[in-house]
Design a binder for this molecule. Structure first.
Ligand code: KG4
Ligand code: ZN
Length: 342
């Protein structure tokens, strides 16, 4: 076992082309992210065909930059890893095939990484940012709230690689709800950061949007909330602007965060978790961070912004645990667009 293993990790599951070199599962030797957000903004969402073509263009320069910034050569690496699911198949294929080519060409082991598990492992990266845990502080069991563009799940993590699914969304993911409501409000894509910005000037109590508690389950449903925002927007003759827009954004954000925070806090208590880990793009949201920390009786950790949204450093941190456990992927490693964590 090489505890200081150095891994080149690739991430291409959606609309970020990313490569990172991670040492010992924690130390970030380099972290490069090329975002396609501007390419997709005009469509109001990720356009799969455009995404995979953009990954093809970006992947080699992004890998070269990650290797240069880490001051390493392929001979200095112990393994190559890539996200192989869940995500868009045409996008995943670019990262997986690049990793296969590099691993095969340099005689290195190959690892496939689950993108959802990688979001959790963003918490093991060494950073000194406020709200981050030092990895040594993380004691199992942990309660992970994974909230991204494609997923909203409450996961109990009892050890490395050991997960129990407590609940998840029955319809839209939290990030998807932010993106769809952003579009309803005439805000640019992605809706999450745009809604958060607009909400800063708004009154979260101006409209009492419905909260879907689904009795005492740990599942979520956000489609009713999205419809309620649509109906409210339709009350206006012109698309709301200024204060009414800020108030709607703040009220929507408060409704979604209320449910996410309350369920995460309750699950942490019920299962005796030592901490709540906020994971995925929506955990970049400051209001979610504050509300979750207020509600939970245990510490709530969140990665620095760059490690909340898609990146390859988290993929490297996750790959390291599998590498350490002796796992290796075969050359037939395939993409799994619908892969689940549990
Ligand atoms: O994890 P991520 O980068 O990609 C997926 O794996 O899906 O998450 C992207 C999602 C988008 O839906 C985006 O609107 C949301 O994260 N997001 C936010 C914020 N920043 C990104 N949602 C709310 N507030 C934010 N500040
Ligand atoms: Zn993600």
């Amino acid at each position: 076992m090489n505890s200081g293993a150095r891994i080149l990790a690739l991430e291409t599951s959606c609309d970020e082309t990313a490569a990172a070199v991670i040492e010992g599962g924690r130390r970030i030797a380099s972290n490069v992210v090329a975002s396609q957000v501007e390419l997709h903004a005009r469509y109001g969402g990720v356009y799969p065909e455009i995404a995979s073509r953009a990954h093809i263009e970006a992947i080699v320069p992004v890998i070269e930059q990650a290797m240069q910034e880490a001051h390493v050569d392929f001979g200095d690496l112990d393994a190559v890893a890539a996200t192989n699911g869940p995500g868009l198949s045409g996008s995943l294929l670019v990262g997986v095939n690049a990793a296969k080519g590099l691993a095969m060409g340099s005689g290195l082991p190959l690892l496939g990484v689950n993108h959802l598990e990688a979001h959790i492992y963003a918490h093991w990266l060494e950073t000194d940012s406020e709200g981050s845990a030092w990895p040594a502080e993380l004691e199992f069991p942990l309660l992970a709230l994974i909230v991204s563009g494609g997923h909203s799940e409450l996961i109990l993590m009892s050890d490395h690689g050991r997960y129990e699914y407590l609940g998840g969304t029955l319809d839209d993911a939290a990030g998807e709800a932010f993106d769809k409501v952003g579009r309803l409000l005439g805000l640019p894509y992605p809706g999450g950061p745009a809604i958060e910005k607009a909400a800063r000037e708004g009154d979260p109590e101006s409209t009492a949007f419905p909260r879907s508690w689904l009795s005492d389950s740990y599942d979520f449903s956000f489609s009713g909330l999205k419809t309620a925002v649509l109906m409210k927007v339709q009350e206006y003759e012109e698309p709301p602007q200024g204060q009414p827009l800020a108030d709607l954004a703040a009220s929507f954000q408060a409704a979604i965060i209320d449910v996410l925070s309350a369920k995460a806090a309750r699950a942490a208590e019920e299962y005796g978790a030592s901490a709540v880990l906020l994971c995925g793009g929506v955990s970049a949201n400051q209001a979610l961070r504050h509300t979750a920390a207020e509600r939970a009786s245990v510490p709530v950790y969140y990665p620095p912004l760059v490690f909340c949204t898609d990146n390859a450093a988290m993929v490297g941190a996750c790959a390291y645990q599998h590498y350490r456990a002796g796992e290796r992927a075969g050359w037939d490693l395939d993409v799994l667009p619908g892969l689940r964590l549990v």
